[in-house]
Ligand binder design. Structure first.
Ligand code: SAM
Length: 248
């Protein structure tokens, strides 16, 4: 999985992504990260890449040409590999896009190359979005100052789906959203912490009972916190009976 990020703040992406699990995955060669500073493709020669919006209004708009040039450069690098025939997907981070979720992370993890375009200021000249962007993605219904944090959120979630990135492959499968359910609560040592004991079933050594308890906790949490997820969850007879018992 190769990530390419077109941004005005490459240091922000580099610092974030070279930390912790993603940093280790990059060091091991499971992921690669290349940041491209859009400012290096300024057409004015002085690093300027924004201009006033036509029609007036507040703020500045990132111009089309520097982004186009940065994209052409990245595409050339990717397509220098003779094994790559298709044009890579280009994701523009925008509050106007489809809202990111776990299934999208899973789907994108199957790509070999992904290009992210981070906007800033009032956003990006629409014409370059039309020309190069394949996916417009939002990380939620709020407005941030730039696309760098959203790009990192996406890369982090996608990375976890790449084989070998997580040390225990299972932990990516039983987590929240993996089956349209939230994960069960987790406990670690000590057995009693400030008068709060660990649920006894977790100490029983009975795997069947532990699995059932965890499943029920997942169902309970999902029902309490995100009931709308349940309509897409695969539920067995026992699950349905448990959920029905909650509303009794
Ligand atoms: N004027 C734009 C609008 O109303 O849609 C918002 C621009 S925002 C201040 C600057 C940049 O931050 C955007 O171009 C985008 O790249 C990024 N951004 C802000 N909020 C985001 C979100 N929720 N999800 C993804 N990207 C976001």
């Amino acid at each position: 999985m190769n990530f390419y990020v077109m941004t005005l703040f490459p240091e922000m992406i580099e610092q974030g992504m070279h930390t912790s699990i993603t940093g280790r995955a990059i060091a091991k060669g499971l992921l690669s990260l290349k940041t491209v500073n859009i400012r290096d493709y300024s057409v004015t020669g002085n690093g300027r890449i924004d201009d006033y919006p036509y029609g007036g209004g507040a703020g500045m708009v990132m111009q089309a040409e520097p982004i186009w040039r940065a994209y052409e450069d990245v595409k050339k690098q990717i397509q220098a590999d003779p094994a790559v025939s298709e044009s890579p997907r280009v994701i523009y981070l925008t509050p106007q896009g489809r809202v990111f979720h776990q299934e999208m992370a899973q789907e994108l993890a199957a790509e070999e190359n992904l290009i992210f375009l981070c906007g800033h200021y009032e956003g990006v000249d629409e014409r370059v979005i039309e020309a190069i962007v394949t996916d417009q993605v939002s990380i939620g219904d709020y407005v941030l100052t730039g696309g760098e944090l959203p790009a990192m959120v996406m890369m982090d979630a996608i990375s976890r789906m790449v084989p070998g990135v997580l040390s225990n492959a299972e932990s990516g499968q039983s987590e929240s959203f993996s089956d349209h359910l939230l994960e069960y609560p987790q406990y670690s040592r000590p057995e009693v912490w400030r008068d709060r004991p660990v649920p006894p079933v977790l100490l029983s050594g009975h795997h069947g009972n532990v699995d059932r308890w965890r499943r029920e906790q997942s169902l309970l949490r999902t029902m309490q916190n995100r009931p709308e997820l349940l309509k897409d969850a695969k539920l067995g007879k026992k699950d349905i009976a448990f959920l029905e018992s909650l509303s009794d």
